[in-house]
Design a protein around this ligand. Structure first.
Ligand code: DX5
Ligand code: ZN
Length: 211
């Protein structure tokens, strides 16, 4: 399993330190104050924050106007851009748009959205992001029902020979990581960035899943 570090709850600017750890991705939470009531720093400020980062970027758009954010974040050459199923009434047009830009496509679902509602997109995307907290804030508690969703995504992937990656986002720490073994990528924010020693926290997560 790979680890993607979210810096949403990072207090001081310790981005370089986070970038020097052995995490696999840097998870970039983008919020517009519309799709979620929280708003992140401006896109320009975010780009500036990320300018020296060497890890592959895992962009998580919690926004309503998905295409305009894609137009900005595509220039950062991300590993994935993930948008929310709940943010649009035409997910397919966004999937096609990302494909036309040659960017790997992630589709995210909120805790209240069942896997059944995205079944028709599973063969169209590279990644499914399952929210294990309500989007908007770091440091929340992991929602237990997530395990069932991850299990189902894993099962469906096997029986119909698909190869989307499964990502889980929210409330992942040294205790909960064991519950999400069906995921390929686990996002962790508060658990890593609330500590003095980031690498130590990453080691704990990686030891727990033995990777
Ligand atoms: C929540 C964000 C998550 C969050 C993860 O809206 O999408 O990426 O920051 O951080 P923790 O691990 O603090 O829940
Ligand atoms: Zn996120």
């Amino acid at each position: 399993m790979k680890i993607s570090a979210s810096f949403l709850s990072m207090k001081e600017d310790r981005m370089q330190e986070l970038d020097r750890t052995t995490v696999d991705f840097l998870h970039v939470d983008v919020m517009d104050g519309e799709f979620v009531k929280e708003k992140s720093i401006s896109n320009d400020e975010m780009a500036l924050k990320l300018k020296d980062v060497t890890k592959p970027l895992d962009i998580h758009l919690m926004v309503k106007d998905v295409k305009s954010y894609i137009d900005f974040y595509k220039d950062l050459h991300p590993a994935f851009i993930t948008f929310h199923y709940e943010a649009t009434n035409d997910p397919m047009s966004i999937i096609n748009y990302l494909r036309s830009l040659n960017i790997k496509v992630g589709l995210a679902i909120n805790p209240g959205t069942p896997i059944d509602s995205i079944l028709s997109y599973l063969d169209q995307v590279d990644l499914i992001l399952v929210m294990s907290v309500y989007p908007g804030r770091g440091g929340q508690e992991f929602i237990r029902d997530t395990e069932r969703k991850l299990n189902k995504l894993n099962h469906v992937r096997k029986i119909i020979y698909l190869n989307y990656k499964i990502e889980v986002d929210g409330g992942i720490n040294d205790k909960t990581i064991e519950k999400v073994k069906d995921a390929d990528i686990a996002v962790s924010g508060y658990f890593i960035t609330s500590a003095d020693d980031y690498q130590r926290q990453v080691n704990i997560l990686k030891d727990d899943i033995a990777c």
